[in-house]
Design a protein around this ligand. Sequence first.
Ligand code: GLV
Length: 387
Amino acid sequence: MSDILTIADLKDLARRRVPKMFFDYADSGAWTESTYRANEEDFGKIKFRQRVLVDMSNRSLESTMIGERVAMPVALAPTGLTGMQHADGEMLAAQAAEEFGVPFTLSTMRICSIEDVASVTKKPFWFQLYVLRDKDFVLNLIDRAKAAKCSALVLTLDLQILGQRHKDIRNGLTAPPKFTPRFVAEMMFKPGWAFRMLGTRRHTFRNISGHVSDAVNLAKLSEWTRTQFDLTLNWKDIAWIKKRFGGPVIVKGILDKDDAQLAIDNGADGIVVSNHGGRQLDSAPSTIRVLPEIADAVGHKTEVLMDGGIRSGQDLLKALALGAKGALVGRIMAFGLGAGGEAGVARALEIVRKETDTSMALMGERDIRNIGLHNIYSNDLERRQGY
Ligand code: GLV
């Protein structure tokens, strides 16, 4: 792993090691993928102020997210099918996060279950909830998250219906994969992935298996989502979810300042500015573009986190400068897992840590909690206002 210097290196390695259908699942956005691309590209338009001859000793990346101490203000995002990037991927990513000192979020749509992850971790993790039509099942999921001592519930609001990802349909995505001649041939070039997958029994959606028998057919994911997800979910639902969980509820999928206010009015303990990694509404703005106006509107009332497009420590610093308290990273984790399991995720976090630390020093900052708009080069500040 020592020759892996950037997240792009990890991504290249993951592409070589993971079956195409699962790599593509992670590396995709909805329809034209314009929002997926914009999430990354818009970070590139923002420039830092470089400051010199500032004491740069004793730097600290420590902060808090939703009241928890974090070694760096990053949490691993809930991503579907993580256990298909690498056998037992969720458990390995959770262990890497714990070791590094950042929160891990287990998704409803993951391969390993709440109990699987709890069995290999000591610290509490976060649980991401999709609200399905079957309320008894949702209540049961919340209770399981509580029993596993999850310290926050992340409620995803932007996927009650699925944005179409062409690659998944073209690849005939299933979990576990179907042994078509094409897939079997591919395994000859990805023996490590296949070998490890044979060594685990975790191949399907273990949070929901038993509940939904055809959950494995991901090619029909939009059909499945249509029948299982609650299209009537509304702001009022936050209250019963919060009451049942009894801990902080973070709502994810906020891309509009009016929605940010509604989230607060309805009891959210934090928001994640997110367009679901460009996987839902194609042509929605990038998250880094809308972050400043949302942070301006509600940042003094609630904790604003963001996700989407972060591929470096510099990106993280830009998100913090424009008003986020921390960021969630999903693809970084998926690429790390695909490239090298737990060591790959640890490497991803280490790359981001080093980039953040060195860049912060070059910006004349010693404490990540002091990063703010004053670190952004002013011409870009103007451009930001005129986007
Ligand atoms: C699930 O959350 C997905 O984006 O595929």
